[in-house]
Design a protein around this ligand. Structure first.
Ligand SMILES: [Zn+2]
Length: 346
């Protein structure tokens, strides 16, 4: 078995794409790197997209021409829908592509095969199963069963009591090789700090109308959801351009309209005394701009997950944050940080 890791960009310390040679099949685990080239795609049999964040699939948009004819791409239905919404936004603003090229790109993304959690499906001699990754709406992990078994987590999250934000894996399954994706391995609990920071800012700065700019639409929806729970005294507004993503998530069964407290900006008929509006349109006038938001698992969760499998699994981590390296090296002997080089596993 062989894995080639690709960083997101050259200077980035996280790996967001892996090309796996597994029992004769070439499998691309996510497809987000900006470093991917024609040669990387020519022999790929399967592409798995773990979730709709750009750094996990934008390489496919850029290399759509280089796919093998029978290459199959799969993702959860939510991920497929979210990506297609983003692709449509891109293509509507794209001036350098011909209408034929746009059509080709659309058809690649429309043809992503939608898969459901815990429903195994055959890919050649291998069996693939998706499990929830908790990281964002529709995020999934990929479990591969062949002669050996392999779990790729993608970005993952675990928030107690929050189903949408918690990964799940069937603990009775064997994992021979565990590949944990390149999340930000901060030593404190990153996911707790990002949302509390903004809540604190809203409380302390006491603006009547608070405006937040978040570029990624799914994160904007997520912000709205979290803030609606926290601030009973405020109306929460989405800007109109989030409605598309909003509808997809609603269709997919996510309860994002908590108690009807989150309103589309179009519904702002009367003047509300205290509001929080969330936009992905323009940073102007925003009191808070997303600069470092990530919905990532904390180091504690990663440790817990590795501990479950460390005794027999080979553990690979798609990240090379060297501060963290020492801590992990002490706790786990059987693991390997994937950096830029190809890794062979016998
Ligand atoms: Zn992500």
């Amino acid at each position: 078995m062989e894995i080639i890791p690709y960083q997101f960009t050259l200077d980035d310390k996280k790996v967001t794409t892996y090309k796996l040679n597994f029992e004769g099949y070439k499998i691309m685990l996510d497809c987000g790197s900006n470093l991917l080239k024609r040669e990387d795609f020519m022999d790929v049999d399967y592409i798995f997209i773990s979730h709709a964040h750009l750094d996990h699939w934008i390489g496919l948009y850029e290399n759509y021409k280089h796919l093998k004819k029978d290459c199959k791409i799969f993702a959860t239905l939510t991920t497929k829908k979210l990506i297609n919404a983003i692709v449509n936004d891109f293509l509507n603003g794209e001036t350098n592509l011909s209408s034929h090229e746009k059509k080709q790109i659309r058809s690649i993304f429309m043809n992503i095969k939608e898969k459901y959690f815990e429903e195994p499906f055959a890919c050649g001699e291998l069996v693939f199963t998706l499990y929830p990754a908790g990281h964002m709406f529709g995020a999934s992990m990929l479990y591969i069963e062949g002669k050996r078994t392999f779990l790729y987590t993608g970005d993952m999250d675990y928030v107690k009591g929050n189903k949408v934000r918690s990964y799940y894996f069937d603990a009775s399954k064997r994992i021979d090789i565990l590949l944990i994706d390149g999340t930000k391995l901060y030593t404190d609990s990153f996911k707790k700090t990002w949302i509390s920071e903004i809540k604190k800012d809203i409380r302390e700065r006491k603006f009547k109308n608070y405006r937040i700019y978040v570029k990624d639409k799914t994160k904007a929806v997520f912000y709205a959801f979290e803030l609606a729970k926290e601030f009973d005294d405020r109306k929460i507004f989405y800007e109109g351009d989030l409605s598309n993503v909003n509808n997809i998530l609603y269709e997919q069964g996510y309860d994002i309209y908590e108690k009807n407290r989150i309103l589309s900006i179009k519904m702002m008929k009367s003047k509300y005394p205290r509001t929080i509006s969330i936009t992905s349109k323009s940073q102007e006038k925003a009191k808070y701009c997303e600069t470092k938001l990530g919905l990532h698992i904390s180091s504690d969760d990663i440790h817990e997950f590795i501990y479950q499998y460390a005794r027999r699994a080979k553990v690979l981590i798609g990240h090379f944050d060297l501060d963290y390296y020492d801590k992990l090296s002490n706790d786990f002997k059987n693991f390997h940080f994937l950096q830029k080089e190809k890794v062979k596993i016998s």
